[in-house]
Design a protein around this ligand. Structure first.
Ligand SMILES: Cc1ncc(COP(=O)(O)O)c(C=O)c1O
Length: 619
C-alpha cells in the first residue's frame, strides 16, 4: 500500500473511531480493509508470480491481508505441538526450487512432467450465477446488474494468454495441474485469505498475521491438526460436545485419544454445572484422571447434530477458561453461514456478514484457535476443498504434514473454484451466493419444522374399568350393573425439538419412555423398532439414529439413543414435505402399536454394520 493511501486509511479510521456511531464504524472498517487489500493486490500484480517453493517459504506472511491497525504477536504455544510434528524436517529438494526461477536456468533437477505432456488442453464449466437463488421478491437492481454482467460459462486455458494484463491472477492448467504450492494455488489462496480475514472475520482477528492454508476439506484439516497437536502416548484427551459429529469422534478414537464429553444446551457447549466445561476442568484431578485435556474440539454454528449457534457471550466464557487452562480450541465450522431467524428478507452483503454470530477467531488474542472451513456445504462436498486458519506455528506444522501426505488439494478443483470465485463471481458475488444459499436452507428448515410441530402431539385415551355397586329394583332386576369405564383424555407430546439456530439438522428427542412397550431397559431396542417402522415400505423416511452422535460409549448408552437427527438439506422441497409429514404420522402410529411388527437385526440402522466402502459417506 502506498504511504498516501496508508495515511488516508489511518485518517479515516481515526475519524471513524472518534466520531461515528459503532454500527457505521463496522461498515467503514470493512471498507477500509477492503480498500487496503485491493490496493495491495494491485501492487502484487506487478510482482513476478512466486514459485511453488517461494510460496511455501512465505506461508507465514499474511500481513498484507490484515487491516491497518498493528496487532500484537500471538503467544508462543509451541509446547502444544506433538512429538511427531516436532520431527518434521524441511524438504531436501525444496531448497533447489528457488534456483529454478532464475531466468535462463534450465531445470534438470525437478521431477515435474512438462505441461505439454498433460492431456488436458482446457477445462470448461458452466456455473450458476452468484444470485441464482434470488427470488423475484428479493431482486434488487444491483443483483440484476450483477447477473447481467457475469457470464456463467468459463474455460480455463492451458497457458496464460500472451498479453495477460495480470499474470499473477491468471488461472491456467500448466500451473494448476503441476506440482504446486502445498498451501494452495496462489490466486485462490489469496482470495480465501482476503475473504477469511477481511470479510468472514471482518478484520477483527486480534493478533498479527494469522496463517491460512488450503486443505482437502475439514476432515483433512482436523486430521492434520490432530497429528500436529495430539499425542496419545502422553495421555492426551480431547474435550468435545457430548453430542458430536461422529466423523470427529472416529478421527480421535482410532488414535487412542479419549473424548471428554461436555454437556450441551440448545446453543452448544455449556460452561456451568458439573458436566459443563468449568466443572470438568475445575474438578480434574491429574493423579486420578491423567493430564488435563489441552484440546477442545467444537462445532459452534449449526452444531452437528444439535443445530445450536454459540453466542458471543458464551464464547467469551469458554475462551477465558481455555486461556486459564491453556487449551487449544479446534473450531470446526462447515455451517457458519447457515444461521437462522436473523433476517426477515435477504440482507445486503455487509448486513449479512456483520449479523452472523462471529467465530472464536474474533476473540482469539492468544492464537489458540485453529479454525476449519470447507467448501463442502457452500459448493459441493466432492470438491474436497477447504482451509484452515490460525496460529502461524501450528499452521506451519500442518503445512509440513501436507507436504508429506496430500501435498495439495486437487489442482483441477482449485482451478475451477478459483476461476469461479476470483474471475466470475468475485468477492461480492461469493458473499451474495452464501447469503442466498442461507435463505434457501432456512426455508427448508421451516418446511420441516412446521410439519414436525404439527405431528408431535397425540390425544391419548386411557380407559379405566371401574366397578361400582350393582343396583337392582324391587323385583331383583338389575338396573345398573355398576360396570363403568373411565375415559381419560390427555394430549401428549411424543417428541420435542428445538427450532434450529443454524446448520442443516433438526435434533428430535422422542419420548420412548411413554410407549406402552417401554420397560425401562430396552431403550435402544425401542429406538430401533421406530427406526424400522419409519424406513418401512409405507413411510420410507430415513432418519439418523442419535446414538451415532454420542461422544463416547457412556453417552451413547445413557441418552443419545433417545434422539433422531433429521436433515432438511439432502432432499428437494417436495420430498422434504412428504417425508416430514411421514415422520410425524409414523411416530404417532408407532406409539399406538401393541407389539412391534418385526424385529430387524441391529445392522439395519447401520450402527453395527461394517462400513461398506462403496456406499456414499454420510455426514
Ligand atoms: C461438523 C462437521 N465437520 C466436518 C464435516 C466434513 O467436512 P468436509 O466435507 O469438509 O470434510 C462435516 C460434514 O458433515 C461436519 O458436519
Amino acid at each position: 500500500m502506498s504511504s498516501v493511501s496508508h495515511d488516508l486509511a489511518f485518517f479515516l479510521k481515526h475519524f471513524v473511531e472518534c466520531s461515528v456511531r459503532p454500527q457505521l464504524q463496522l461498515q467503514l472498517q470493512l471498507q477500509l480493509s477492503t480498500t487496503s487489500s485491493l490496493a495491495e493486490r494491485n501492487y502484487n500484480a506487478n510482482q513476478l508470480r512466486p514459485t511453488a517453493s517461494e510460496k511455501m517459504d512465505k506461508v507465514e506472511d499474511n500481513s498484507k491481508f490484515l487491516p491497518v491497525t498493528p496487532r500484537p504477536k500471538p503467544l508462543d504455544l509451541s509446547h502444544h505441538l506433538s512429538p511427531l510434528s516436532r520431527r518434521f524436517k524441511p524438504s531436501k529438494l525444496k531448497g533447489l526450487y528457488k534456483y529454478g526461477a532464475i531466468p535462463g536456468m534450465a531445470n534438470l533437477a525437478g521431477g515435474m512432467p512438462h505441461p505439454s505432456f498433460f492431456p488436458f488442453e482446457t477445462l470448461s464449466a458452466s456455473a450458476l450465477t452468484s444470485n441464482h437463488f434470488t427470488t423475484s421478491l428479493h431482486t434488487t437492481f444491483l443483483q440484476l446488474l450483477v447477473s447481467i454482467k457475469k457470464p456463467s460459462h468459463f474455460t480455463i486455458p492451458k497457458y496464460p494468454p500472451p498479453n495477460s494484463p495480470d499474470p499473477s491472477t491468471d488461472v491456467y492448467l500448466a500451473s494448476a495441474l503441476q506440482y504446486g504450492a502445498c498451501d494452495g494455488l496462489p490466486v485462490l489462496l489469496d482470495f480465501v485469505k482476503d475473504f477469511a480475514v477481511n470479510y468472514q472475520h471482518q478484520g477483527k482477528i486480534p493478533y498479527d498475521s494469522p496463517s491460512v492454508i488450503l486443505t482437502c476439506g475439514n476432515t483433512d484439516g482436523f486430521h492434520k491438526a490432530l497429528e500436529v497437536l495430539a499425542d496419545p502416548y502422553r495421555g492426551d484427551k480431547i474435550l468435545m460436545e457430548k453430542f458430536v459429529y461422529s466423523g470427529a469422534v472416529n478421527t480421535v478414537a482410532c488414535r487412542g485419544i479419549d473424548v471428554v464429553p461436555v454437556d450441551v444446551d440448545k446453543e452448544g457447549m455449556i460452561v456451568e454445572g458439573d458436566d459443563g466445561l468449568q466443572g470438568i476442568l475445575e474438578s480434574w484431578d491429574v493423579r486420578r484422571d491423567g493430564p488435563r485435556p489441552h484440546l477442545l474440539y467444537t462445532v459452534t454454528m449449526g452444531q452437528n447434530p444439535t443445530s445450536g449457534v454459540l453466542s458471543l457471550k458464551r464464547r467469551k466464557q469458554i475462551y477465558a477458561l481455555c486461556q486459564k487452562y491453556d487449551i487449544i480450541i479446534l473450531e470446526d465450522d462447515p455451517y457458519w453461514f447457515l444461521q437462522y431467524d436473523l433476517f426477515t428478507e435477504v440482507p445486503d452483503n455487509d448486513t449479512f456478514l456483520s449479523t452472523l454470530v462471529p467465530s472464536y477467531m474474533t476473540i482469539d488474542t492468544d492464537g489458540r484457535v485453529v479454525r476449519f472451513d470447507t467448501f463442502s456445504k457452500t459448493m459441493a462436498p466432492g470438491c474436497r476443498l477447504g482451509w484452515i486458519i490460525g496460529h502461524p506455528t501450528i499452521i506451519d506444522r500442518v503445512l509440513k504434514l501436507s507436504e508429506l501426505t496430500t501435498q495439495m488439494p486437487s489442482g483441477a478443483i482449485q482451478a475451477l473454484v478459483a476461476k469461479l470465485l476470483v474471475h466470475t463471481w468475485t468477492m461480492s458475488g461469493w458473499i451474495t451466493w452464501l447469503s442466498l444459499l442461507r435463505h434457501q436452507y432456512e426455508s427448508r428448515m421451516n418446511t420441516l419444522c412446521i410439519a414436525l410441530e404439527a405431528g408431535k402431539t397425540v390425544t391419548m385415551i386411557h380407559l379405566k374399568n371401574i366397578r361400582l355397586k350393582e343396583i337392582v329394583d324391587q323385583d331383583g332386576n338389575v338396573i345398573d350393573s355398576g360396570k363403568y369405564s373411565l375415559v381419560h383424555k390427555a394430549v401428549k407430546e411424543l417428541y420435542e425439538f428445538e427450532r434450529p439456530m443454524g446448520g442443516m439438522f433438526v435434533w428430535v428427542r422422542v419420548y420412548f419412555e411413554i410407549h406402552r412397550l417401554y420397560d425401562g431397559m430396552n431403550g435402544r431396542e425401542i429406538m430401533k423398532a421406530l427406526w424400522d417402522y419409519l424406513t418401512g415400505e409405507e413411510l420410507r423416511c430415513l432418519v439418523c439414529p442419535g446414538q451415532v452422535f454420542g461422544a463416547n460409549d457412556e453417552i451413547e448408552e445413557r441418552e443419545a439413543w433417545k434422539y433422531f437427527r433429521l436433515s432438511f438439506a439432502a432432499v428437494d422441497e417436495t420430498e422434504l414435505k412428504r417425508a416430514s409429514v411421514a415422520f410425524g404420522n409414523g411416530v404417532k402410529e408407532f406409539f399406538e402399536l401393541q407389539e412391534f411388527p418385526k424385529k430387524g437385526d441391529e445392522e439395519s440402522t447401520g450402527l453395527n454394520a461394517e462400513a461398506d466402502l462403496r456406499v456414499p459417506h454420510f455426514c
